[in-house]
Design a protein around this ligand. Structure first.
Ligand code: GLU
Length: 323
């Protein structure tokens, strides 16, 4: 059975781009008669704000999505909030250490801080220099793996070589993680798991068969496949859906006006207009057609999604807002 998920980070408002990714992930699962899981990725403690998780879930429900498992509905693979899953990440780190794949890293605070969140377009740091590579973690010293703040982060050793996968939208993809980011952070100095590790551990533990998410995470996929292999975890199928760009060609953001679900809802835009607009933006509905997500399930076809990002015009946004 297909199991899909949406994994929002409660760090800000959900904008139309996030909402379209959520809608497509939901449609993918439902079109296959599968289960849909909501998982909250709140490990970026510096950016997570109280109350945002509840607001995001409320807005996704308003849009017409539902989920079989999640923080507010429970389920067999919970908890569905990453900050409550630390012991699973620690267990994975112990396995990686036992396999000689981790080293302690005291360099580059900035890289290490960034590892808390999924690296979206333009957020990948420079390639790691490998300065600390010889500081192998000794798994026999339990304190090294203990919870809590330490002087170092843990990085995963990456050997050169292409990692290839067949993406459901982007086709055959190959990346060489050693050449791109190099050895990557799996545990931060504050003891929390980095995004790359947490996402892999949770997708496997929650039985995800498909990962449908934004195309800016395409190159992270190679690192995640390396982690799956190192931890003997199944590799899910990947479906990277196009990003949505504003009229200036940049990722949609506040400067483009009311582009968050919350803004639109407050302005009185009905949810079926938003869902229809999102679907029309990727060829799943006619322009101007209102549609509830449930009405789109039978039309969903991954083959109709473009590999190119969608640029929305001022006129498209005005139409959505009812202008
Ligand atoms: N939490 C990540 C984000 O909000 C999503 C990661 C994923 O879907 O793999 O960008």
């Amino acid at each position: 059975m297909v199991r899909g998920r949406f994994a929002p980070s409660p760090t800000g408002a959900l904008h139309l781009g996030n909402a379209r990714t959520a809608l497509l992930a939901w449609l993918h699962a439902r079109a296959h008669g599968g289960a849909f899981v909501m998982r909250v990725e709140d490990l970026d403690f510096g950016r997570v704000r109280p109350g945002i998780m509840e607001r995001q879930l409320d807005e996704l429900r308003w849009l017409g999505l539902d989920w079989d498992e999640g923080p507010d509905v429970g389920g067999p693979f919970g908890p569905y909030v990453q900050s409550q899953r630390q012991e699973r990440y620690d267990a994975a780190l112990r396995t990686l250490a036992q396999r000689g794949l981790l080293f302690e890293c005291t360099c580059s605070r900035k890289d290490i801080a960034q590892a808390a969140s999924a690296p979206h377009a333009g957020e990948e740091g420079p390639r790691y220099t490998g300065a600390c590579r010889d500081h192998r973690v000794d798994p026999a010293v339990p304190s090294l793996m203990a919870h809590g703040r330490s002087l170092f982060a843990l990085r995963m050793r990456v050997e050169p070589g292409a990692v290839c996968f067949a993406d459901g939208v982007m086709g055959d993809c190959c990346f060489d993680p050693a050449a791109e980011g190099g050895d990557f952070v799996v545990r931060r100095r504050d003891g929390a798991a980095a995004y790359q590790l947490a996402v892999v551990v949770d997708d496997a533990a929650m039985g995800m068969t498909h990962v449908v998410r934004g195309a800016d995470l395409l190159s992270s996929t190679a690192r995640q496949i390396l982690l799956c292999r190192a931890l003997d975890l199944p590799v899910p199928a990947f479906v990277h859906v196009p990003l949505m760009l504003g009229p200036d060609g940049e990722r949609l953001a506040k400067r483009h006006g009311a582009v968050s679900l919350g803004d639109l809802r407050e302005a009185g835009v009905p949810p079926e207009r938003v869902a229809g607009w999102l679907a029309a933006s990727c060829g799943l509905a006619a322009p101007g057609e209102d549609a509830r997500p449930a009405e789109l399930v039978r039309r969903f076809d991954v083959a109709r999604l473009s590999r190119e990002p969608t640029t929305v015009s001022e006129a498209d946004l005005a139409r959505l807002r009812g202008g």
